[in-house]
Design a protein around this ligand. Sequence first.
Ligand code: CDP
Length: 242
Amino acid sequence: MDKKELINSGKVKSVFATDKDDEVIIEFRDDMTAGDGERKEVMNDKGAYNAVISAKIFKVLDENGIATQFVDLIEPNVMLAKKLEMIPIEVIVRNIATGSLVRKYPLEDGTKLEPPILQMDFKADEYHDPMLNDSIIKSLGIATQEEIDILTEEALKINEILIEFFEDAGIILVDFKVEFGKDVNGNILLGDEISPDSCRLWDSKTLDMLDKELFRKGKDDEVMDAYIEVYNRILTDEEKVI
Ligand code: CDP
C-alpha cells in the first residue's frame, strides 16, 4: 500500500492518504507530549511500541465484537486503517479513582469504582478538553443522542474486554480514553489508539505505573522501560516485531 499525501498531523501520529478512498496509513511517531501539547520530548521507538500494542488491542477487540478501524500493521510503527471522520469526543472510562477525579471530588486515591465512571471530554486543546454532558454535546452539534448511546455502550464493552485482557498480563486497567469516528459508510468505528499513552496501567502486584503518567510526573527516564514491559507482557513471541 503506497503512502500518499499527508492528511493530518496530530501531536503523536501522522495520517496519510492511500490508493484507496476508504483507507489511510497512520504513522506513530516517537513524540511524547503532555499538558495539551505544551511539553514535548522524543522517546526512542515509542511510536513502534505504541503501534504494535494498539494493533494487538484492536485485534483482541475485533475478535470480541468491537468494530475498529484496524486493517493491518504494515511496519512496526505504521498501521493501515479505515478512513474515519473523527468525532471530537474523548470517551474516558475509569475503574479506579485517581488523578483529577480525586482532586475534584471526595474520592480517595485508589478507590474501586463500581460501576465504572464514564466521562466524555471535548477534544479541543485550545479549550483544555472540557468535560461534556449530553446536552452540551447536542448543542455543539458533535453527536446525536443515538450516537452518544453507541459511544457509551461501546466504551463500556471495551472496558469489560480490556479489564480481563490486562488482568491476564498482571496489569490493572485503572482508566483509559478512546475516540471514535465514522467510516465512509457512516458506521461508527473505534479509532485513534489504545496504548500506554491513552491508559493508566498499574502492575497488579506492585501497583507501579506502566504508562504515560510517568512522563506527566517528569519521570522521563522510566517511560520507555514501562512501555516495553507492557509490550513484553501482552504480546506473544511471534507478535514481537520490534
Ligand atoms: O484522570 P485525570 O482527569 O487526571 O486525567 P485525564 O486526562 O482525564 O485521564 C484519564 C485517562 O484518559 C488516562 O488514562 C489518560 O491517559 C487518558 N487520556 C488520554 O489518553 N488523552 C487525553 N487527551 C486525555 C486523557
